[in-house]
Design a protein around this ligand. Structure first.
Ligand code: FA5
Length: 340
């Protein structure tokens, strides 16, 4: 019994002297490990004379329970102390504001495209998308420009290494795709998308730019419909007071062909420069779909007529926002893009 009292005394003293988790765990191994002193004391019960065995056993178990409880409490204390110390030593300031997340926005080209879609959607037009990599046949020939036709010079072309495969120079080849898919149903679509031209880059001309083509085909479509549609569009985009002027022009795929101008507000200080003193500014090419093109699309020109137009949204945006260099659009300069 005196051995047990001794064990309790020095185990308790050693526990009190163990101040951190590592020494506490070492203490635990020493007394409660496989060869630990507490377990040895319990194993010794069997060798105790019978009349003392019960009292010895009870005392040994009491000591075991008491030491084990003290150990758990000391361990929890040590852990908390360590945590508090580390918090004071390396303070974590949870009030520091987070890093701001910069919000993106729609590119100005996308914003204007969406405005154009909205205006035409109100007039019942659907958006129809066609390929940017075209064949010579669809980009030129089916649009009434056989090989070596001089009008092909109007579109400087990027060719690929595959003969006959080019980057589309305008969205007009989309007319053929939509007609062949829709024939003999009437058509009322816009065809937006990127076009490519092997041109000298200037403040007004890029080698890549967007166009929005329009195509209407039906049994009684007239030039009056074309003029009404374009006038409504121009006024929605540039202001209800705008005047619209139609000038005769030439495109191989329309007959007759026109160019569309709008008058420019005279009080705008840029008016003279923009309109070169005329007061008028060109916004698109258009015309009645050429009978050859209608036939190539599958429609009988004796029964169907149609009108088409094609505009460059970048040039239109330059007018609306007084942007003086088209290269800004795809230059990825945030100072430009963040203005819109
Ligand atoms: C055409 O491309 C015709 N396909 C338009 C058309 C369609 C006429 C249907 C009749 C019927 P044009 O080459 O003029 O036409 O180009 C149309 C518009 O695209 C121009 O008014 C201009 O706004 C824009 N554009 C043309 N070239 C460039 C360029 N290099 N950079 C930026 N915009 C351009």
């Amino acid at each position: 019994m005196s051995d047990l009292a001794d064990l309790e005394k020095h185990a308790t003293a050693e526990l009190a002297a163990s101040v951190d988790e590592a020494t506490l765990r070492a203490w635990n191994t020493k007394y409660f490990g496989t060869n630990g002193e507490v377990l040895a004391a319990l194993k010794a019960i069997g060798g105790i004379p019978k009349d003392e065995r019960k009292a010895y056993g009870q005392e040994a178990n009491r000591i075991k329970e008491a030491l084990s409880r003290s150990y758990e409490a000391a361990l929890a204390d040590a852990k908390e102390r360590a945590l508090n110390e580390s918090l004071t030593a390396n303070p974590l300031d949870v009030t520091l504001p987070g890093r701001p997340v910069t919000r993106g926005r729609l590119h100005i080209a996308t914003q204007v495209m969406r405005q154009i879609y909205a205006v035409f959607a109100d007039m019942g037009f659907q958006v129809y998308r066609t390929r940017e990599v075209e064949d010579d046949l669809t980009n030129f020939e089916l649009l009434n420009m056989p090989p070596h036709h001089p009008a092909r010079d109007m579109w400087d072309t990027f060719h690929t290494t595959v003969p006959g495969v080019i980057l589309r120079t305008h969205t007009s080849p989309g007319q053929i795709h939509v007609m062949r898919e829709s024939c003999p149903q009437p058509i009322r679509v816009i065809l937006p998308g990127m076009c490519y031209r092997y041109e000298a880059i200037t403040t007004r001309s890029e080698i890549q730019f967007q166009q929005v083509e329009g195509l209407v085909v039906g049994e009684h479509v007239t030039m009056t419909d074309l003029k009404g549609t374009i006038t409504a569009f121009a006024r929605r985009l540039f202001g209800q007071e705008r005047q619209v002027r139609f000038r005769s022009s030439y495109f191989p795929f329309t007959e007759p062909s026109i160019e569309v101008d709008i008058d420019w507000p005279k009080d705008d200080p840029n008016a003279d420069r923009l309109t070169k003193g005329t007061g008028w500014l060109e916004i698109m090419g258009a015309g009645m779909v050429h009978p050859v093109v209608l036939r190539n699309g599958g429609y009988d020109p004796a029964k169907f007529t149609g009108f088409a137009f094609g505009m460059g949204p970048q040039r239109i945006t330059m007018l609306k926002h007084a942007i003086d260099d088209i290269r800004q659009f795809w230059g990825n300069d945030l100072r430009f893009l963040q203005q819109f």
